[in-house]
Design a protein around this ligand. Sequence first.
Ligand code: NAD
Length: 740
Amino acid sequence: MEIKKVVVIGSGTMGSGIAAQLCNANIPVVLLDLTTDISEKARERILKSRPPLLIDKSKINNINVGNINDDFKEVSEADWIVEAVVERIDIKHNIYEKIFKERKSGSIVSSNTSSIPIKILSEKLSEEEKKDFCITHFFNPVRYMDLLEIVKSENNDLNKINSLKKFCENDLGKGTLICNDTPGFLGNRIGVYAMQVAMTEAFKMKLTIEESDAVFGRPMGIPKTGVFGLYDLIGIDLMADVLKSFIKELPENDEFQQVAKEIPLVKKLIETGYTGRKGKGGFYRMNKTDNKKVLEGINLETGEYSISKKFNLGSEKMDIVNLINRKDKYGEYAWSVISKIIKYASSLVPGITDKFNDIDEAMRLGFNWTKGPFEILKEIGVKNFFEKIESFENNKFLENLSKTKDENFYGERQLYTDLETLGKIKPKAIKVDKNNSAEIYRFNDFNIVEFTTKANALDYDSMDSLKNATDKPLIIINEAMQFSAGVNLSYTMDFANKGDFRSIEKFVRYFQETCKHLKYSKYPVISAPSGLALGGGFEVLCQSNFVVSHTNIVVGLVETIVGLIPAGGGCKEMLWRWSQTEEAKNDPDYAPLKVFDIIGYAKTATSAIEAEPLKYLKPEDKKIMSRNSLLSISKEILENNKEFSPPKECKFKLSGKPLKEKMIKLLEKLYNDKVILDHGMEVGKELANVLSGGETDVDKELCEDDLYKLELNAFMKLIESNKTQERIKHTLATGKPLVN
Ligand code: NAD
């Protein structure tokens, strides 16, 4: 079955998100709603969405819009019809009646419902029609949330379901789990239960929302929004609806019922319009005092708000074992929450799925957990877990495990996909080295480096691993969300605070040396980024020999925001890329001025496709929708480059002083227009010095080392200045830029 055209019915949050992702995959889509006006507005919303639903604005041309009265005939040409209208069974039934009258035989029809069982959705369909009907449960926002649950029934033609799964995996890039028809399927059943446990235990144990979010967050391998932050993000009213549906669908004795009960404070928040970020605020709210925005947090006992104080638990890395062994209320809270989640998830095996592995993957893909409950159990250790847990009656999975005491019960990861992923192959590799910032894995004929810091920020250790791993072909890839958010600024500031600028210089030199080494080593180096590839992360990427990029990346040189310039070869590499253009052949200043504009404004691209016109990525760099395919495509490149020879060294001819003056003129205009302030001018001048080649003229040839040297000098001057340090401190403290 080939999917060449899709009709999406319902152009709200989900319908427009699904349509946009189909556009990204170059599949023609027709988006229908009650009126063309509604679907036209949805089309505009897609174009304006932030973060963007499209990987490139031009993809919008894959969408046509219409209404369900005049344009329903489009259904007869579609290979797949997705229903994403409001969650009302009468409306959905009416639509199915129309669809099955109009569709061509054999086409797939699916619903995006999050709570209506397939039994009920399909109760009016004939046996023949039921064969082609399933649920495709996407998560919001569709482009960024990796999970797709396909819910099948016993009537389905399994070949068809499998080919839909392949399409969704390869073309739409979704981690696709086939689920049974049980309430909340896998992701929401466990994910929402986990949120409810974390919330009710916080109330019971009298934790503040900040304390609870700090525990039920990074130290447990859970995104930093924790539970109360996530509640605000999803919408407190929406969560209440979800809970109502669980209460209705689940048997009375299901453990979920205990944590789904209405909480008076939550009810009051909804009634008073505190529905979360989209409303007046929620558990957290932004308040204005003295014209300044202040973040406030609610007191769970009194319901009153006060200034939110960030709570620091001392560790931001996932560290579940130490966390649950803490002898304080945080350790107690963590154990209480995670043990309940593990107990609940395991009690559902084999009831909702016989593959416990799929539950973990649902939590990873749909809730961005680093590990699911079963892998957390493995990390705690089977023996440890049973020593700590009080009871687990009527739980076949745990009863069995308590008898076998098999510490290796977990087996392989990511069983849902046939693709060869990093998660699958890591356990089979030899771990040759590990430091605080990265790990090196060895396979027969290549190495892998995986960064392991928060947001994969880079430091001396990260560079060490890269350098040590070039004794074989190398793939730089990671399972965590971000490829790398850039150089670790706190690490750099620690030195600056002590006035130890020599250590900073040593680090930057080592960074440069490593990147040069990646580019020119005997064996090919491949970067396979997804998520953030910023600053130093981009410098690693752009000095690798090949790039296999996920389409969802945010890439760019953003150093100027914190008062620095790229000094790991970023300026040099961008100059080289732009100097290879036709325009640059006739004008020696064309490339430096382009790069001055890009780096000066810290321009970023929000997808691999957008990255190409800026030359952050090259046309030959692979741009892949399916993140799970990055490793196998990288391996294919290694396979095809057995006879690899490193590139030739680049040479540069730059105009020097007259070019620098041109750039300073541009800066002066920005300064006069108050676009930049004093320090912006200083940073701009340092950048101008590097990109114009310093003390050179257009007849002189500069080599890469000359440019590295210019980058280093500019970087050191800037990091030593108070105003750059102020910018860095401000960004570290607030996550926002400081204009000074
Ligand atoms: P929404 O309210 O944003 O959009 C629903 C759209 O359906 C509206 O544009 C409405 O005009 C249209 N519509 C209503 N009746 C129609 C009809 N007869 N014909 C054509 N269009 C009609 O809803 P949503 O959040 O996009 O949810 C859609 C479906 O996806 C629901 O079944 C929901 O349970 C499910 N879902 C939602 C989310 C989420 O996070 N919002 C996540 C997963 C699944």
